[in-house]
Design a protein around this ligand. Structure first.
Ligand code: IDP
Length: 161
């Protein structure tokens, strides 16, 4: 019924995913979006955006002071990023499984980084590492009116309850 679905939409877990400039330049947007869709996750917002230095600094604030920090900011601001918000049951950890490990060389095959990356500084994609980070990052990259709310009729074929 309507009430139950409205409540489900309010509480559904969301994560922030960004295809980094290397993934965009290498034409991997379609391949990556396909993997998330086929897993059963729901896309609730997306845009191609070249982030400002300020946005990149906020996004990667936890890494400030690390040796790779400045290079990471140069890289993430170097071209368009395909920013997305995905929704689903335990979507934060599910998305991290699809993405793989930080270092593509150590990341298993059949993960996005394992299949498409070699260097840690060119690892194709970002995914929030916790529900709290996801909320913070979604707020940084998207305004509320850029995100959609809809129930998808195939959900009963993906989730048991
Ligand atoms: P994550 O993206 O898998 O969550 P984090 O440790 O949060 O990994 O690091 C953020 C990003 O910083 C990585 O995705 C990678 O692009 C970059 N990075 C992390 N460690 C290194 C490094 O040792 N050298 C170069 N870049 C790094």
């Amino acid at each position: 019924n309507q009430q139950c679905c409205e409540k489900d939409l309010e509480s559904a877990e969301r994560t922030f995913i960004a295809i980094k400039p290397d993934g965009v330049q290498r034409k991997l947007i379609g391949e990556i979006v396909a993997r998330f869709e086929k897993k059963g996750l729901k896309l609730v917002g997306c845009k191609l955006i070249q982030p400002s230095r300020k946005l990149a600094e906020k996004h990667y604030a936890e890494h400030k002071g690390k040796p790779f920090y400045e290079g990471l900011l140069d890289f993430i601001t170097s071209g368009p990023v395909f920013a997305m918000v995905w929704e689903g049951k335990e979507v934060v950890s599910t998305a991290r499984s699809l993405i793989g490990l930080t270092d593509p060389k150590k990341s298993p095959m059949n993960t996005i980084r394992g299949d498409f990356g070699i260097d840690v500084g060119r690892n194709i994609i970002h995914g929030s590492d916790s529900v709290e980070s996801a909320q913070r990052e979604i707020g940084l990259w998207f305004s509320k009116n850029e995100l959609t709310r809809s129930s998808v009729t195939i959900e009963k074929w993906i989730y048991e309850n």
